[in-house]
Design a protein around this ligand. Structure first.
Ligand SMILES: Nc1ncnc2c1ncn2[C@@H]1O[C@H](COP(=O)(O)OP(=O)(O)OP(=O)(O)O)[C@@H](O)[C@H]1O
Length: 263
């Protein structure tokens, strides 16, 4: 039987993100070597790799900061080189560096960003209310961004990335520099949004303890994918005791339990 929806690029079997044999070099230095993996729709996928693994390079390619010259990247079935507008419309990004305007209010930061995506202020306000419904930040929208803590600023950047209802969100080590409580709060909030909005997330990290048992994981090391799958699958394939142990077997890097993984 023919099912028309399956032919549509956004049919649920189409990955939110597909990276196929992508390579990238800085001069002679190869940062990514034939990298392939997918982020299924509605999944929280952790891109786990030590510093220098190639995570930021990959994000620069997915956001089109760099051109994809070797291999192909598709967002919801739209190729970044062939249909960049369609692909990027479905993408939200939280970069490592802080990008809020500290002299504007929280709501101005969110409303101005939404306007860039064609969302009128009234719709943007409604959307802010939806996302922040259960957050204490909802009562502080009129305050200047500079009054917020590092963790709260990050939370607002995450809200901003969700404003235009993207289908795929990239977060590049979003908890770097935050205390343990803020890190946990941000992870919980992003996982809630994945559940409630059915959005797909690619969460780059070098921290094993940010990974949950139900997550999908892509292990990136020295520019190559060393493993891809659900935590359980990777642990079993490596005959390991935990995802940290599997990571050590795959990369030769000792994690020392639930700590940072360093090159
Ligand atoms: N502009 C650049 N010029 C030359 N080499 C670079 C450049 N940017 C990154 N590299 C190299 O490419 C490799 C991958 O770096 P990348 O920043 O993508 O890794 P990462 O996993 O994001 O690490 P980090 O968490 O430290 O940002 C590293 O060997 C790095 O030294």
């Amino acid at each position: 039987m023919q099912d028309g929806t399956l032919n549509h690029p956004e049919a649920s079997r189409t990955p939110a993100l597909s990276v196929e044999r992508v390579s990238h070099s800085y001069g002679q230095r190869k940062a990514l070597d034939e990298v392939s993996f997918t982020v299924p729709q509605g999944s929280f996928t952790a891109l786990l790799g030590p510093n220098g693994a190639g995570k930021s390079t990959l994000f620069s390619l997915i956001t089109r900061l760099f051109n994809v010259r070797h291999g192909a990247i598709q967002i919801l079935g739209f190729d970044l080189n062939d249909e960049p507008g369609e692909a990027l419309r479905r993408l939200g990004v939280v970069f490592q560096a802080r990008t809020l305007d500290l002299d504007l209010s929280i709501s101005q930061n969110l409303i101005y960003h939404a306007a860039l995506h064609g969302l009128p202020a009234s719709a943007a306000k409604k959307r802010i209310g939806e996302i922040l419904a259960t957050s204490e930040l909802h009562s502080r929208l009129k305050e200047k961004a500079r009054n917020l803590s590092g963790g709260q600023l990050r939370s607002i950047e995450i809200v901003r990335a969700f404003m235009h209802r993207p289908r795929l969100i990239l977060l590049d080590e979003p908890t770097v520099g935050l205390d343990v409580r803020s890190r946990a709060a941000i992870l919980t909030e992003v996982r809630r949004l994945v559940r409630d909005e059915g959005v797909s997330v690619l969460w780059a990290t070098h921290l094993i303890d940010e990974i949950d048992q139900d997550d999908r994981v892509v292990v990136l090391h020295q520019g190559a994918v060393r493993a891809e799958g659900l935590v359980q699958q990777i642990v079993e394939a490596e005959r390991a005791k935990s995802i940290g142990d599997a990571f050590t077997r795959l990369t030769g890097i000792s994690t020392g339990g639930l700590e940072e993984v360093r090159a």
